[in-house]
Design a protein around this ligand. Sequence first.
Ligand code: HAM
Length: 431
Amino acid sequence: MKIQSVRGVKDILPGESEKWQWVERMARNVFCRYGFREIRLPIFEKTQLFARSIGETTDIVEKEMYTFTDRSGEQITLRPEGTASVVRAYIQHKLYNPPGVLKLYYQGPMFRYERPQAGRFRQFYQIGVEALGTENPLIDFEVMTMLIEFFRLLGLDDLELQINSLGCSRCRPGYRDTLKSEIRKHLNVLCENCCARYERNPLRVLDCKVETDQEIARHLPKTIENLCTECEENFTRIRAMLDGTGVPYSINPQMVRGLDYYTRTTFEVVSKKLGAQNALCGGGRYDTLVEEFDGPATPCFGFAVGMDRLLSVIPFEKMDGTDIEVRPDVFLVALGDPAAEVSFRLAHQLRSEGLAVEMDYDRGSLKSQMRKANKANSLFTLILGENEIQAGKYLLKDMETGTQTEIAADTLSQTVKNSLRRKADAPLSTD
Ligand code: HAM
């Protein structure tokens, strides 16, 4: 029996993986310019970390975690997200010393036992950032602007930034009570899920996906109508900064996010090109989480981009592909045994000098080797026959223009490098 991969997970194959690497490079590039540095986090953590940070009554903790008991009896969970691990590492390694703003980014697989569908997987990939150590709304603005800049560099222009404010520990409790008592009036019609959890997590009723509930939710009190003065001022400042720089956004007062740690600003970036799972990215402020895990009071702001969804909306078809494709610089075509001997040595030499070299290990006819060079999409082929070896001269063929040049064996690598440089500098052909 052929064993297939598990439902909801996928392989990222060559052809596709180059696109992922390119997006990751672009992300690193942009994030580094804004002062973020990479943190590499474990794939699994103690279950308690996620249960307490994401929230016991969230969908993730209630029904989506991959949890198991390890051989020493410890409850372990495959990480469903990265923020909790960043907070744990921040406290564990005392990253709050020296004091200041710490900007971190991370990337990698996350795991949630959700019902698989387009854009929703059980193993999916995120690239995320967290800025720890300031409650200045400038950081909310800067991080959201950085994200928009990243998306713009990837050629995405039809995105929508939606923002909301969820208030703080001063205004949220009063709002929750008001919301609960309003929800109680609709318990006879709300879905089973909302009825079951509204006492413990009333905010989730606001973004319930059941259509009839949505109609009710539209009329329930919203967080932004119940903010304390500080939260109100904070939200006004962020909106003014976005307005001032012309970043388009809308306020979505029903966006509460599926994780409980948020305070004040929350946001999502949605794409019209995606179906039901249209959020490319989600994030926001979480000012109390570090303290809840016995760290020093540390206000934080961050986001995570869903890479699988992101990759599905980037207009790769409109790009020329030069930065994305991986192609050999030279394909060695060897004719006859002595030439094959030389070509193996040559391949090693050229590679050690930094060139990407391919060859035909099964050494077919000239025609079949040239076909393989074409298929490998190599920039040049180097043809080595017995005559060429004796004469100490090889034929270098430019696979795009078809031009053939005779080059001396002892100047080979330099000539190939020069030819590559000229090709890279040449203007793109217009036909
Ligand atoms: P999240 O909204 O749960 O936030 O996930 C962020 C993004 O991950 C989503 O917008 C979506 O693109 C992607 N995503 C989530 N679940 C799946 C799935 N099953 N399949 C494919 N993509 C998925 C967080 O995880 C927070 N830690 C973000 C954050 C960082 N907040 C503050 N800092």
